[in-house]
Design a protein around this ligand. Structure first.
Ligand code: LLP
Length: 445
């Protein structure tokens, strides 16, 4: 292997970033000797056999996170519906189904995935800011348990479809409680003036309209105030507002509410954040929610799978340009868009540590965009080319946001369970990227 580590070398001994021990514990990662293990599996074995880039998920970590949240909520009747958008791989969905989770979906495509993974339709909640008539119809035909309305227009559409199909539907209203959660602005969803939810002051009227429709039953009030939230206070504000709405809806004579869906959004550790501890969360929120007597529903994605997933990649080459050391790897922004899209930090570690001195580098992908990077100004041990790395915290909003830009097939996916592992989605083929296309149009007119 050619040494591509030259650069701004540091003579000090390799120092483990102080937050890394916590990140490793969150992910179920362990360094045994020089090798990195995920569950009981040596990751370089997966990289060698499957090739890179490859996503790897740890079922043990997923189950442990689910149990932490389930236990924390145990003081009240509750349900956990996994947000399929965070990771919709069938084998991952199946792990949650087997734990008894429901599924929170936002499209007909996610519905089909949840059904294919074996979720009973009544355990599915259809949120989603813009549902097409075809999606609503498919959800009713499948018997989806709850449909969360986003507007009066949507109510009209759903009501007409339910009338036509002759079926009764349990409906929730997604409330925009107008609270601001401190997170990246692209993923804050609970304040006024954005597209999500029914504005607080319009909810009671919409509730009455649902109630008066003979085929719709108002079953839930819901909110989702954002993602990667590290503080309980916006939840407390939001749930307090929902609780007030529950009282007003009951005072208006509607007694059909069963569920209070307080959304997802629990933040995790990517670097040195203090993640939201489910017990602290429950202590702050459940006393408020409990006043309603409703079942508390949560729909987390990231908290349940974020730390449980890695993206493995291999170094291709190095450049020294404009005073910067650039390490080129075989995973790009098309495979993991979070660094480039949100400037998100994802820790990067070697699969086999060679004990080389550290250098400061940018880790960049093969895509033809300057914004294609996985890490900037990152202190990493000097890397040889052909060396495999793990990008941490890639279990949520990783593969699901991957694209095939630059003609790049999406990565393979592997599930680790204890000391077993299996490919649960083979690497996409180049042929499949243009299957169904034609270079010779047969014109309609
Ligand atoms: N429920 C609803 C209605 C949502 O819109 C979302 C996420 C969730 C639940 C799950 O949120 P979580 O527990 O995972 O925070 N792509 C972004 C995150 C977008 C989140 C969108 N909605 C990222 O990579 O950070």
């Amino acid at each position: 292997m050619t040494d591509v580590s030259a650069g701004r070398r540091r003579e000090a001994p390799v120092e483990v970033a102080p937050f890394r021990a916590a990140l490793f514990a969150d992910a179920g990662l362990e360094r045994r000797g020089v090798s990195l293990y995920f569950g009981g599996v040596r990751l370089s074995e997966i990289a060698a056999i499957v090739g890179t880039p490859v996503y790897v998920y740890n079922a043990g970590v997923i189950r442990a996170q689910y149990k932490r949240l389930d236990d924390a909520l145990s003081a009240v009747p509750h349900k956990i519906c996994f947000a399929v958008k965070a990771n919709s791989t069938l084998a991952v969905l199946r792990v949650f189904r087997d734990l008894g989770a429901g599924a929170d979906i936002v499209s007909g495509g996610e519905m089909q995935r949840a059904l294919a993974a074996g979720y009973p339709a009544e355990r599915i909640v259809f949120s989603g800011v813009g549902k097409s008539p075809a999606e609503l119809e498919a959800a009713l035909a499948a018997g989806v348990g709850h449909i969360h309305l986003e507007s009066a227009d949507e109510l009209e559409k759903l009501g007409a479809i339910a009338d036509r199909m002759g079926c009764t539907v349990a409906v929730g209203i997604r409330v925009n409680p107008d609270v601001t959660a401190e997170t990246h602005p692209y993923i804050a969803t609970g304040q006024g003036g954005i597209k999500f939810g029914v504005p607080f002051d319009q909810v009671v009227d919409l509730a009455l309209a649902v109630h008066h429709h003979k085929r719709l039953r108002l079953d839930s009030l819901a909110m989702h105030i954002g993602s990667q939230i590290l503080d309980t206070s916006p939840y407390a504000q939001g749930v307090t507002k929902l609780t007030a709405l529950v009282q007003r809806i009951r005072a208006a004579g509607i007694e059909t509410l069963r569920n209070l869906d307080i959304g997802g959004g629990l933040g995790i550790r990517y670097k040195d954040e203090v993640p939201l501890d489910p017990i602290r969360f429950a202590e702050a929120i459940l006393p408020i929610a409990r006043e309603t007597g409703l079942t508390v529903v949560m729909e987390p994605g990231r908290f349940l799978v974020g730390s449980a997933g890695l993206l493995l990649t291999t170094t291709l080459s190095r450049k020294h340009s404009g005073g910067k050391e650039l390490v080129l790897v075989d995973a790009g922004m098309n495979d993991l868009v979070r660094p480039s899209h949100y400037m998100a930090y994802h820790d990067i570690v070697e699969l086999e540590s060679a004990g080389r001195a550290e250098t400061v580098v940018d880790v960049v992908g093969p895509v033809c965009e300057t914004g294609d990077f996985l890490a900037r100004d990152r202190t990493l041990p000097g890397l040889a080319h052909g060396e495999a790395l793990a990008v941490l915290g890639a279990g949520a909003y990783g593969f699901v946001m991957a694209s095939t830009y630059n003609g790049r097939p999406r990565p393979a996916e592997v599930l680790v369970d204890g000391d077993r592992w299996a490919i649960v989605r083979p690497r996409e083929t180049v042929e499949s990227l243009f299957a169904g296309e034609t270079a010779e149009p047969s014109w309609e007119r």
